[in-house]
Design a protein around this ligand. Sequence first.
Ligand SMILES: [Fe+2]
Length: 265
Amino acid sequence: MSLVNQQLVSDAIKVIQLTDTHVFSDDQKFYYPGIRSNQTFDAVLQRIQQNDLADTQCIFLTGDVSQDETKESYQYIVDRLTMLNLPVYWVPGNHDNVSAMTEVFAQSKLFFRIPRLSLPHWEFIFLNTQLVGDTTGIGYVSAVEMKVLDDALAQIGETNKSIAVVLHHHLTEVGTPFIDRLMVQNRAEVLQKLMAARVKLVIHGHVHGDYRVIRDEIVFESAPATCAQLKKGITEFAVEKKIGYKTYCFTSRGYDSVTSLWENN
Ligand SMILES: [Fe+2]
């Protein structure tokens, strides 16, 4: 691929997951009373620059990037992330306008919407789980995306590498009923394929919280949202004013993840 990817060839690869940024074209707008999501995004980037930027190779941006679905909101993300000068591999969420997002992100040399990223010890498959026309927030792996998954798994074939899937919606319950209503609806079919291919890890967003769930020998990890978290265990909408991100270090031995989550004051 591009020159950018050549940076990624080393034994340990550190990745930052940013998710559910929910930014606006107007950076004074509130995601929720007391929470300006453009400002919380900036605060997260500042923390990354202080603590994690120096040894990180790339970013996974896992959807619900915009709250108003404007080109300006996507441009805001490009302008800010360009300052980090890292490749950004992105998938859309239910809140995103895929055509506006694609148009804006495609103009940046650092933003990649690709089905598959091949690293020395890990293979990553990126899936779009947006259900076109839905307004409830559920996810779905369309026939087109199911073929992306099938093709990527076929290309990878028998391998000594570990396989991970990166998407917005979750594929298994995190234990918070409010958001567990809004998983990938045809997850059974997807999970069957992941188990058959011995996929090790699924990285998702959408749940607005730091979770790590193990099921059928697959680890499901999510990063905190950069705007606000949903309180764990809720059945009705309730927000926690914390912000954060997650880092992963992928090696020949597997991976580690580290969550950064703090009060947004
Ligand atoms: Fe979402």
